[in-house]
Design a protein. Structure first.
Length: 356
C-alpha cells in the first residue's frame, strides 16, 4: 500500500538543507599555471587545476510518500516530481528499481530510509539493483542495497547525491557512475563484499568507462563523467580496486575515504587507480595491499595526467611496492605530505614535491 502525507516515524528523518542556492555536487575551479613537458620529462612546478568540493551533508525533510514494499517503491519512483520526499519503512524491497525523474536544484527529490530498509536484487549474476537513468537532482540517503550484479548504476545522472548508504554483496562493482554522469557526490557510503561473481570487476566505486567500451556506452567518444566527488566512504572486501577512475574523466575529487585491501585478488594491486585527468586525491587512508597503495596509469595518450595526491596515508602491510605509483610522471604530483609505511619501495616511484 502506498501511503501519502504520513507522519514521520519515530526518529525523524530530518530537515531540508539550509540552502540549495549552490547545488550539492557543484564545484569551483581555481586557476593554476600550466606548462607542457613531454611524457617522460621532469615534472614542472605546475600543479593541476584544483577543485573545491561542496561537501555539506544533507538531511531529509518529512516524507510526502511512504513506501511499505517493492510495489509501493516502484510506483513512487515512477510518479516522483520535484520536491517529493519518499521514505522507505524498514523491511525487504525485492527486485530491481529504476529512477528516471528529474528534480530541480531548489526542489530535489529525496529517497530516504534506515539501513534496515533493504533493496535486495536477489540475483548477483545479473542486473542493477538501483538504476539512476538520466536522473537529476536526487538525494538518496540511509538505506541498504545488496544482491545484484551491480549495486547502484548511474547513467547520464547529474547533480545527484548518494549519502550514508550501505552497498554490499554484489556480483561485480558496488557503485558505478558512467555515460557522462557529472557533478554528483558519493559520500559516507559503506561498501563491502563486491566481486562475488566476477572478482576482476569487483570495484567499490567506479567512475567512467574503459576506452574499450566507449563505442557501447558513449558513442565511441570519451565518457566525460566529470566533476564527481567521492568523499568519506568506507570500503572493505572489494575484490578489485576500492576506487577505479577511468580514462576520459576529469576534475573529480577523492577525499577522506577509508580502504581495507584484504579482499583484493588477481590483477587488483592497489586501492585507487586513476586513469583520468585533474583528479584531486587527498586525506585518504588505506591498509593492506598486495602491491601499491595508490596508482595512476596512462591507458591512452592525453589521459592519466595532472592528478594530485595530498595528505594521504598508505599502510601497505605486506605490499611489495610503493605508497604511490605513477605510471608516467607527466604533470602528476605526489606531495611530500603523503606518508607510506610497510612499503619496500618507499613513498613513491617519483620524487615527491609540494603541490601548489
Amino acid at each position: 500500500m502506498l501511503a501519502t502525507g504520513c507522519a514521520p516515524p519515530s526518529g525523524p528523518v530530518g530537515a531540508p538543507p539550509a540552502s540549495t542556492e549552490t547545488p550539492i555536487g557543484a564545484t569551483e575551479q581555481l586557476p593554476g599555471a600550466t606548462r607542457a613537458p613531454d611524457d617522460q620529462s621532469e615534472a614542472t612546478t605546475t600543479t593541476a587545476v584544483s577543485v573545491t568540493p561542496k561537501t555539506d551533508p544533507f538531511t531529509c525533510p518529512q516524507q510526502t510518500v511512504t513506501a511499505l514494499n517493492g510495489d509501493d517503491l516502484r510506483a513512487a519512483l515512477r510518479s516522483a516530481k520535484p520536491g517529493d520526499v519518499i521514505y522507505l519503512e524498514r523491511g525487504i524491497y525485492p527486485g530491481r528499481f529504476t529512477i528516471e525523474a528529474k528534480g530541480k536544484a531548489k526542489r530535489p527529490i529525496y529517497l530516504c530510509g534506515p539501513a534496515e530498509a533493504v533493496l535486495d536484487g536477489r540475483n548477483q549474476s545479473n542486473g542493477y539493483v538501483l538504476h539512476l537513468d538520466g536522473a537529476t537532482h536526487w538525494r538518496l540517503s540511509g538505506f541498504t542495497v545488496r544482491n545484484g550484479l551491480k549495486g547502484i548504476m548511474m547513467d547520464a545522472g547529474k547533480h545527484n547525491v548518494l549519502q550514508n548508504l550501505k552497498v554490499e554483496d554484489t556480483g561485480d562493482e558496488a557503485v558505478h557512475l558512467r555515460k557522462h554522469s557529472t557533478d554528483n557526490v558519493v559520500q559516507g557510503l559503506t561498501i563491502r563484499k563486491t566481486g562475488k561473481v566476477h572478482p576482476k570487476y569487483g570495484e567499490g566505486l567506479y567512475v567512467g568507462t574503459a576506452e574499450s567500451n566507449w563505442c557501447d556506452i558513449s558513442k565511441c567518444k570519451p565518457d566525460r563523467s566529470d566533476r564527481n566527488q567521492l568523499l568519506r566512504n568506507k570500503m572493505s572486501l572489494t575484490t578489485a580496486e576500492a576506487i577505479d577512475i577511468k580514462e576520459g574523466t576529469s576534475r573529480g575529487v577523492i577525499g577522506d575515504n577509508l580502504f581495507d585491501g584484504h579482499g583484493l585478488t588477481g590483477e587488483a594491486d592497489s586501492w585507487v587507480d586513476v586513469k583520468g585527468n585533474n583528479w584531486q586525491i587527498w586525506g585518504n587512508r588505506g591498509k593492506y595491499t598486495p602491491e601499491d597503495g595508490f596508482q595512476t596509469h596512462v591507458i591512452l595518450p592525453g589521459w592519466g595526467d595532472k592528478n594530485v595526491f595530498r595528505s594521504n596515508t598508505a599502510v601497505l602491510d605486506g605490499g611489495s611496492g610503493v605508497g604511490f605509483y605513477v605510471h608516467k610522471r607527466l604533470k602528476n604530483v605526489v606531495d611530500c605530505n603523503n606518508t607510506a609505511s610497510g612499503a619496500p619501495g618507499g613513498l613513491s616511484n617519483i620524487p615527491c614535491r609540494e603541490a601548489r
